[in-house]
Design a protein around this ligand. Structure first.
Ligand code: SAM
Length: 281
């Protein structure tokens, strides 16, 4: 008997991957948490039916969401990651020796425990001495912070369920308040192929919190439409020209996706995507 896992995206697209075995199933307080052994991509973490990461391609997302802001910020020392319970973003941030403290605020402890067990290469660094893991709502946690952090990485699920509030104007304003002068936020900002109204809402809300924002993209075969985006925002203008090439060289040997030329041109997005963002600027 053949086993397939299918992710349904909105009403009109289904993507399926051949599965060898369901390794884990759980219903946490917040979501369904599943781990599937797939033929093509190895182990796959699925939350409420949506692919979060796979052994084979998780490096793309985690390198892009962590290193672009860490290299463009002049000298990040204190970083907050909201969501990101799989540990991949934290693993990449730890490659920056100048970062002194990373606080991960993940609402669902089941995600952390599951990833430590089934994705040790991704979650194994959560016990690093520079890392503090808080199990709680990132919305409430961000409200507690005032000009205390250099980077805020919003590594959330989609804008539904517990993740919905992480895409609101109120949340982005609280992030802006939490950042020190010169601080930067990066949020996963869904697929460039999504409709104007989905992207428009996210980008209008980011603009409610920040004077400057710019998006960038990466190709992730197991994410909807195979292309994903992140949006960087700050109160001061920023440019990839500011990125620290020496620090890039310090981490380059461990990277599988991000190249130095990619960082330099990271905000050079295609016209079809720019048109969606300009419409909503
Ligand atoms: N790379 C994935 C993506 O782009 O969809 C995200 C990875 S990570 C697994 C997403 C995490 O966000 C989940 O573990 C989820 O529990 C967490 N999350 C959702 N809403 C949250 C909230 N309000 N506060 C903290 N964590 C939240």
């Amino acid at each position: 008997m053949e086993l397939w896992f299918t992710e349904q995206e909105q009403e009109q697209i289904r993507t399926s991957w051949k599965a060898e075995e369901v390794l884990f199933r759980s219903q946490s307080e917040f979501q369904a948490v599943d781990v599937i052994q797939t033929k093509a991509y190895g182990r796959m973490l699925v939350l409420d039916g949506c692919v979060m990461l796979t052994d084979a391609d998780e490096f793309v997302y985690h390198e892009m969401i962590a290193h672009v802001p860490a290299l463009i910020h002049k000298n990040p020392k204190r970083v907050v990651v909201i969501g990101g319970g799989d540990g991949g973003t934290v693993r990449e941030l730890l490659k920056h020796k100048g970062i002194e403290e990373i606080i991960l605020c993940e609402i669902d402890g089941v995600v952390v425990d599951t990833c430590k067990k089934f994705f040790p290469k991704v979650a194994g660094c959560l016990d690093d001495k520079r890392v503090k893991v808080k199990i709680g709502d990132g919305i409430a946690y961000m409200k507690e912070l005032n000009q205390e952090i250099d980077l805020a990485i919003i590594d959330s699920t989609d804008p539904i369920g517990p993740g919905e509030g992480l895409f609101s104007g109120e949340f982005y304003r609280s992030v802006a308040k939490a950042l020190k002068p010169g601080g930067l936020m990066v949020a996963q900002s869904e697929s460039p192929w999504y409709s104007n109204d989905i992207l428009g809402r996210i980008h209008r809300n980011i603009s409610a919190g920040f004077k400057h924002k710019r998006s960038y993209m990466g190709a992730i075969p197991t994410y909807p439409r195979g292309l994903w985006s992140w949006t960087m925002a700050g109160q001061d203008a920023f440019s990839p020209a500011d990125f620290d090439r020496a620090r890039f060289n310090d981490i380059a040997s461990g990277l599988q996706y991000l190249s130095v030329n990619m960082v330099a041109s990271v905000f050079d997005i295609p016209p079809f995507f720019r048109a969606k963002l300009d419409v909503n600027e």
